[in-house]
Write a protein that binds this ligand. Structure first.
Ligand code: CP3
Length: 355
């Protein structure tokens, strides 16, 4: 193992001492760290160039390409962390679920999971199913130097939504029908997905990821009581499964203002907040002992430079009393965002918070 390669949970010193990992651990930081959800890909011309003619899922299986795409936003914007280029449906594809990512639409599942018999199609994930992930992260940790790599996975609810609906959904009606109509099958489905998700995160940590984020993008569709009863146990199982590695665990969802306290209870070290709740109020809802991540509305980046700075300043002021703050958008970078606006935003947060 080379000096730069990190055995599970013990990154090299420069990485361990990075502003991003310090903020996640609620330690003092030299500046507020910044990264952007969906920073890899999307708005970058150099991304579109290397992806030309290669379908999304296939690109996730090519370690050299994954390495290049993951590094692009680090080089261009000077962000404080890299996020592994992959997708939340990659582990499902890897266990043989018949799905594809359609450009401009998202994940589409040929045969949705609706009956108990369908559950058998969700077998356990093993490291052998995703050797390309291990290989890519090995390459990346060598290239990244002291910049931490964030691994990620989809949370059980959000994965279940794609599997049950068969694709993206506004109302999640089939998903909710199953959740309310057959609570036992629902619990079994989420438990299986928790196992697959935990296994996928473990592969990434073992290969050298020094933090992980669980994306529960669509869980804001639920009321708190339903979240507590029908989702929290599965998400908690994922966080517990990777707790022993000691790497920071981030938990993110959209429209989760009413769920923030419960998401904290699920066990993450850092809770992601969208733009609907100011960070000081979010901290009260989440409770002590957690860092927060967020929360600039990605649409603000389409506004003037002055407006971006004003909104960013408001976020930094709201974050002033937090135990730890990782600056991010409240959701992913929108595809037509001007990349220069992102670079300027990183610079602005760094200079405004330099201590
Ligand atoms: O953050 C990063 O830059 C790392 C890569 C990443 C991708 N997807 C690459 C991708 C990450 C972290 C994801 C997570 C993901 N995937 C989520 C959770 C994050 C969120 O935004 O809430 C979800 C819900 C998905 C499912 C998914 N995959 C969607 C909704 C889409 C978009 C469809 C579209 O074309 O607009 C995808 C495809 C996808 N995943 C793309 C990328 C770069 C676009 C495909 C392309 O460039 O051809």
């Amino acid at each position: 193992m080379s000096a730069n390669q990190s055995p599970a949970g013990k990154p090299p010193t420069a990485t361990y001492e990075s502003a991003f990992l310090k903020a996640c651990r609620r330690e003092a930081v030299p500046h507020t760290p910044v990264w952007f959800m969906r920073q890899a890909g999307r708005s970058l011309p150099e991304y579109r160039k290397v992806r030309e003619g290669i379908p999304m899922l296939e690109s996730c299986m090519r370690p050299e390409l994954v390495t290049e795409i993951t590094l692009q936003p680090v080089r261009r914007h000077g962000v404080d962390a890299a996020i592994f280029f992959s997708d939340i449906v990659v582990p499902l594809k890897a266990i043989g679920i018949d799905l594809d990512i359609k450009p401009g639409i998202g994940p589409v599942v040929e045969n949705p999971i609706r009956s108990r018999a369908d559950l058998a199609r969700l077998r356990d994930l093993t490291p052998e199913d995703v050797t390309y992930v291990t290989e890519a992260i090995g390459l990346l940790t060598r290239e990244l130097g002291g910049t931490p790599l964030i691994g990620f996975a989809g949370a059980p609810f959000t994965l279940a939504s794609y599997l049950v609906e068969g694709g993206p959904s506004r109302n999640h009606e089939h998903t909710k029908a199953l959740m309310y109509g057959d609570p036992q099958m629902w619990a079994d489905l989420l438990d299986r997905l928790a196992g697959i998700t935990a296994a996928f995160l473990k592969v990434q940590i073992e290969a050298g990821a020094s933090a992980v984020q669980l994306f529960d993008s669509w869980v804001g569709a639920l009321a708190p009581a339903d979240y507590r009863r029908s989702v929290l146990p599965a998400s908690r199982k994922v966080f517990e499964a990777v707790a022993g590695y000691g790497v920071p665990r981030i938990h993110f969802g959209v429209g989760t203002g009413e769920l923030l306290g419960l998401m904290g209870e699920a066990g993450a070290d850092v809770v992601g907040v969208d733009w609907r709740v100011p960070l000081d109020e979010a901290a009260r809802r989440v409770g002590p002992g957690k860092a927060l991540q967020g929360n600039l509305d990605p649409a603000v980046l389409f506004s003037s430079r002055e407006a971006v700075e004003t909104k960013t300043r408001e976020i930094l002021d709201a974050a002033a009393g937090l135990e730890g703050h990782v600056f991010n958008l409240g959701h992913g970078v929108l595809p037509s965002t001007d990349p220069d606006a992102l670079t300027r935003l990183v610079e602005y947060v760094h200079t405004q918070t330099a201590r």
